[in-house]
Design a protein around this ligand. Structure first.
Ligand SMILES: Nc1ncnc2c1ncn2[C@@H]1O[C@H](COP(=O)(O)OP(=O)(O)OP(=O)(O)O)[C@@H](O)[C@H]1O
Ligand SMILES: [Mg+2]
Length: 306
């Protein structure tokens, strides 16, 4: 069967998390004996791509890895999740890497090395104009250089492609970026970076809409999500009650699923409910990408919840 759906295109980051479990985080100059080490693929861009692909939607990734041992592993991981990796490039130098120390008392210390993510520039994006022009929606986060985000969003405006921007980590945005975003999806701390609105989402959403955004989802963890549409309705989308064991990448799961549902024609409230269900499943499982539900998982979860 020929694919007629326009793909979700993620222009984003891909990172290898390097998790070292240790009795305690070493002090400066100290060496401690750790208990285990593992590498797990992450990066907000890659997480969102996997979330959408696991739901059976066509996804293409525009981003870079390094020419180190992690590069091929990161590309393979996306490919095996069903993501089209044909536009990905190996730049010289390291991949995006995140050495993480996890102590037994739950404390952590993390160093994020952007590596190849920092090399994703406008010239590389321009080599994939056809990919962006053909996208049903472009998903961005803020783990790439801001000049690349600005350029990508300008292309989306030119080709009339809707953009979902996850402002993570939160950073100042240029005026054209605000105007070009169809869906803006901060969590509570990210929203507070932009608007000093307190914990009530209603004024926060109202002030954000005043910046020319067309749609907003305020992700609120176990409280669910607050959705507001320019010139339209605003309100809560209730969470699904689950026993959460690991909320890492819940927001990324939400974004991938929300994009899929919107492109499948759901209205924003139905799409947010679909995304709340997907991310509720993800918090009942360990890991970032490993926790993303398949379409079958999501269907049976929704059926069980009426
Ligand atoms: N404990 C929970 N129970 C049910 N649903 C949850 C829970 N935590 C998160 N979710 C769902 O996941 C969505 C996103 O979670 P959250 O607001 O924590 O995003 P985030 O901070 O961006 O996450 P990330 O760690 O991926 O950046 C929520 O809107 C909600 O639908
Ligand atoms: Mg997030």
């Amino acid at each position: 069967m020929n694919e007629t759906r326009k793909p979700i295109v993620v222009v984003g980051s891909v990172t290898m998390d390097m998790v070292t479990c240790t009795p305690q985080i070493p002090r400066i100059g100290q060496t401690v004996i750790g208990t285990s080490f593992s590498t797990t693929p992450g990066g907000k861009g890659a997480n969102q791509a996997v979330a959408a692909a696991r739901l059976g939607y066509p996804v293409q990734f525009v981003g870079m890895v390094g020419d180190d041992v992690y590069g091929p592993q990161l590309i393979d991981n996306l490919f095996h999740a069903g993501v089209d990796t044909s536009a990905m490039l190996a730049a010289s130098g390291s991949s995006g890497l995140a050495p993480i120390f996890l102590a037994e008392n739950g404390q952590n210390a993390i160093v994020v090395v952007p590596g190849a993510n920092g090399k994703v520039d406008s010239a590389y994006v321009d080599k994939h104009l056809h990919v962006i022009r053909n996208a049903g929606m472009v998903l961005c986060q803020l783990e790439l250089p801001m000049a690349t985000i600005d350029h990508t969003l300008a292309l989306c405006a030119q080709f009339d492609v809707p953009v979902m921007l996850d402002p993570a980590p939160a950073a100042a945005l240029s005026d054209p970026v605000w105007k070009q975003v169809a869906w803006f999806t901060p969590n509570e701390t990210e929203a507070a970076f932009y608007i000093d609105g307190g914990s009530d989402p209603e004024p926060v959403a109202r002030e954000l809409l005043a910046r020319d955004l067309r749609g907003i989802v305020l992700k609120r963890g176990a409280e669910g999500a607050y959705v507001a549409v320019a010139g339209g309705k605003a309100g809560w989308v209730q969470p699904f009650a689950v026993d959460a064991i690991d909320t890492v990448a819940a927001g990324d799961c939400f974004n991938g699923a929300f994009a899929v549902a919107l492109l499948e024609g759901k209205d924003p409230w139905a799409a947010a409910r679909f995304a709340c269900a997907a991310s509720a499943i993800s918090v009942t499982r360990h890991g970032a990408q490993a926790s993303m539900p398949s379409r079958a998982d999501l269907k049976s979860f929704l059926a069980s919840r009426g």
